[in-house]
Design a protein around this ligand. Structure first.
Ligand code: OSB
Ligand code: MG
Length: 374
């Protein structure tokens, strides 16, 4: 297929509630969208990089620069026979996986439209509905957190994940478990602990957690492996897993027993599928993580979550938990039993509200195929 033009845009969208992790608080999301024009079709992708390089090395500004200067020109200069070819086209550029993913995922979105099948089908999905959980940020007080948990359980979500850090961990878990002894519960530390906290982390065992997500360094396997040996509770790796080889290493070293797959973090759908497959072969369950996406990234996460080994509830939740008005229609909704129905129409299955996108755009830039410039 021939890519005629790639449009980058930045939108500013206030979150309904601020989202706080161990590395910081987000109140407004700077959203980077990619729109691809190809032979009369329009496809979309979302770059999930943060406002700051705190979750990983990328930020939306670094991603914009790399897409504009390197990745987008490489894509328009090549014949992209299949979205699976993007990895090779981008291979000269090291890292920058969120920037690569935004473009590659748009090409998958395009290919699904071209073939008139759903994105989920194109990716090899088998599930018709996906189980959903929520990620609840650090709150100003424990009482506010308890209220939030109550709301999310009432909405039907199947798993509650709490962001934690030293000082917002055992005290919180004690209170949550006294109120809800049996719910499926996990924590995500976003690398807030060190190996010297080992005895402290062993205390988490008493709360019957489904998993402890990324307790140690964002780039570590070795110390996670040491920690996993001391814990009955499964460690789940998020930040550390950048690709299929990382997943293999982590599984072989027993650094984790569960993997969180984020399509942006691993550089696109092709690599996400590869991580999914290698985990499946080794009997390691995966689930789909989230990065406070708008409906575009969310739609892509839903399609990915339809693959068979996404057996645990993901951080893929309803639009209204994040946005007053999402940029897709219909907005993403979750059933009373905590499930999202995987759309079956062609492409991503959620229309982009172009008028709203235009109104929210604060900067844009286009990269066109060379032959079109005269
Ligand atoms: O570690 O999963 C994470 C959001 C920003 C950065 C990192 C993470 C998160 C989340 C949000 O947990 C999950 C969501 O989008 O619902
Ligand atoms: Mg995480």
């Amino acid at each position: 297929m021939r890519i005629d033009a790639i449009h980058l845009r930045e939108l500013n969208l206030p979150l309904v509630h601020p989202f706080e992790t161990s590395f910081g608080r987000t109140t407004d999301r700077r959203v980077l969208l990619v729109e691809i024009e190809s032979e009369g079709l329009t496809a979309w992708g979302e770059c999930v990089a943060g406002e700051h390089p705190y979750y990983c090395e990328e930020s939306i500004d670094s991603a914009w620069q790399v897409m504009k200067a390197e990745l987008a020109p490489a894509l328009t200069a090549n014949d992209v026979e299949h979205p699976g070819k993007c990895r090779e086209i981008f291979s000269r550029v090291r890292g920058n996986r969120m920037a690569k993913a935004a473009l590659e995922n748009s090409v998958w979105d395009l290919e699904a439209q071209r073939r008139g099948i759903s994105l989920a089908d194109l990716l090899g999905g088998t599930r018709t509905t996906i189980p959903c959980g929520v990620s609840i940020g650090i709150q100003d007080t424990p009482a506010i957190l308890m209220k939030k948990i109550e709301t999310e359980l009432a909405a039907g979500y199947q798993r509650i994940k709490l962001k934690c850090k030293p000082g917002w961990d055992l005290n919180i878990l004690r209170e949550v478990r006294s109120l809800w002894p049996d719910i499926t519960l996990s924590v995500d530390a976003n690398s807030a602990y060190r190996i010297r906290d080992l005895d402290h982390l062993v205390e988490f065992e008493q709360f019957n957690l489904l998993m402890i997500e990324q307790p140690l360094w964002y780039d570590d396997f070795y110390f996670h492996s040491m920690l996993q040996k001391r814990l009955q509770t499964a460690i789940c790796l998020d930040e550390s897993i950048r690709n299929r080889r990382d997943a293999l290493a982590a599984i072989d070293m027993e650094s984790c027993r569960i993997i969180n797959i984020k399509v942006g973090r691993v550089g696109g759908f092709s690599e996400a599928i590869a991580v999914h497959n290698v985990a499946e072969e080794r009997g390691i369950a995966v689930w789909c993580g989230g990065m406070l996406e708008t409906g575009i990234g969310r739609a892509h996460n839903i399609a990915l979550s339809s693959l068979p080994n996404f057996s645990l509830p993901g951080d893929v939740s309803a639009s209204k938990r994040y946005w007053k008005e999402d940029i897709v229609e219909p907005e993403i909704t979750v059933s009373a039993t905590g499930e999202i129905t995987v759309p079956t129409g062609p492409g991503r299955g959620y229309e982009v509200r172009r008028d709203l996108v235009e109104r929210l755009t604060v900067r844009s830039e286009s990269i066109r195929a060379k032959e079109l410039v005269h």
